[in-house]
Design a binder for this molecule. Structure first.
Ligand SMILES: Cc1ncc(COP(=O)(O)O)c(C=O)c1O
Length: 436
């Protein structure tokens, strides 16, 4: 594939690596070489000797003196090598991208990032030009919309439902353009799609494989790059992991952002970017100049934990995490049914941490929250922030169930119901006639 279509001027200018990095790499393994070319701090001055981390399950992971010395030094912007290799095996085992089969192994296809947010943001930064139309699902992650607006892009909404982005809606949005114009640099055919394939925040929808295939075919027709932001992959409910876009990527048009935030811990700030070597290496170069690399100590700790748990233990842990959130979801679903029937509708989330509630009697959830949230002591995110047209009123609310104790979920839904009823009582005529 020719990736020039997807890159903005900065993305085009970014080179992989620098002259100095190349020089240092070329001399580092030569016997008897005295290199005065680098600029590393002296490791004898690093303060930490070794460390033991006690895990809640009774395991202990130990970072010995040599590992600790290594992780306190600068290292590769692709990631701390042992962890990066683990990540590569992880991507191959879960997603096995078809286009990697005969690809040149020496080129970067994955890198460790400081979370999925860094990965997809850096991709947007190298691709988006002022005025570009970028396809997003309605609804989608509010920060992704923030990012796109900041970069001067126009988020172009494609309606989703309980199973995520609707392929027919995508086709209808794209029917405004002709596929043959996609590669004309002067046309305004969208070139990027940002999508959360599993347990979408805020809707909780997971795109089934058949829909992914249909969307992928449309992406091929119009030569779109798919940015797959998948931090909730392991939070899919019911023990099934729906195959990713990366796993059906025959062309090399998917850039995938994984996250260790919800399946491990967000504070370590770790994730993975995988996809076409040329594009990943440009992001790597950006990270190299702006940050050098993700935190080595965090990478080493996570790597040791995964080694201690082994493949089966890690899978078991991820199933337990998904089961935990599923119990939280079940509690919120049953309380929502108890208190909100007749006032709101909601579909069962297929994963993740949120219930997406549609108020059937109130057209503007933002007003409701701004007017009544404090007095009723119940806060939720208004739906409008998850759609491209943020100024339009939205009847949706996003309710998070990840951290609230189960005992409080029922109280929360009761308070929401009371808040809605009070608002309706203030102007009953308005609510009786409202249709949306
Ligand atoms: C859709 C989506 N992408 C990315 C992120 C951030 O992930 P990370 O912590 O890996 O940067 C979040 C977290 O809220 C999210 O909901």
């Amino acid at each position: 594939m020719d990736y020039r279509r997807f890159l903005n001027d900065i993305g085009m200018r970014r080179q992989s690596g620098s002259y100095l990095t190349g020089l240092l790499e070329s001399v580092q393994d030569i016997p008897d070489m005295i290199s005065l070319a680098g600029g590393l701090p002296n490791p004898s001055l690093f303060p930490i000797l070794s460390g033991t981390f006690k895990l809640k399950d009774g395991e202990e992971v130990y970072l010995d003196e040599s590992t600790m010395a290594e992780v306190q030094q600068y290292s590769s912007s692709q990631g701390y090598p042992p962890f990066r290799q683990w990540c590569e095996r992880f991507i191959k085992s879960y997603h096995d991208p078809p286009c990697w089969e005969n690809a040149d192994e020496s080129k970067t296809k994955i890198m460790v990032t400081s979370g999925a947010a860094q990965a997809y943001t850096k991709v947007l930064e190298m691709c988006v030009k002022e005025g570009d139309k970028v396809l997003v699902e309605i609804p989608t992650f509010s920060s992704a919309i923030d990012n796109l607006l900041t970069l001067g892009a126009e988020p172009l909404g494609v309606q989703g439902d309980a199973q995520g982005m609707i392929p027919g809606e995508l086709r209808s949005v794209m029917s405004k353009w002709r596929p043959q114009d996609a590669d004309d640099p002067h046309s305004d055919v969208p070139k990027l799609m940002y999508v959360i394939p599993s347990s979408n925040t805020p809707s909780g929808a997971t795109l089934p494989l058949e829909r992914k295939r249909e969307i992928y075919e449309i992406a091929r027709e119009y030569n779109l790059l798919i940015i797959e932001d998948d931090p909730y992959y392991f939070l899919q409910f019911g023990g099934r992991l729906e195959p990713s876009f990366l796993s059906i990527d025959t062309d090399g048009r998917v850039l995938r952002a994984d996250s260790f935030s919800t399946c491990m811990t967000p504070g370590l700030r770790l994730g993975i970017l995988s996809g076409p070597a040329l594009l990943v290496s440009k992001v790597q170069s950006h990270v190299s100049f702006s940050q050098e690399h993700s935190n080595n100590l965090a990478q080493a700790v996570l790597h040791k934990i995964f080694e201690a748990w082994g493949e089966q233990g890690t899978k078991k842990r991820w199933r337990e995490i998904s089961a935990f959130y599923e119990r939280q979801k079940n509690a919120m679903m049953s309380s929502a049914k108890r208190w909100l029937t007749g006032l709101a509708e909601f579909v069962e989330p297929q994963g993740g941490m949120f219930l997406w509630i549609r108020l059937t009697t109130i057209p503007d959830s933002r007003k409701l929250i701004e007017e009544k949230s404090l007095s009723h002591k119940i806060a939720m995110a208004p739906g409008c922030i998850f759609t491209p047209n943020r100024d339009d009123p939205s009847p949706y609310l996003r309710a998070n169930y990840s951290t609230i104790p189960i005992g409080q979920i029922d109280v929360a839904m009761q308070r929401l119901a009371e808040m809605i009823k009070e608002k309706m009582a203030s102007n009953p005529e308005a609510f009786r006639v409202s249709k949306f």
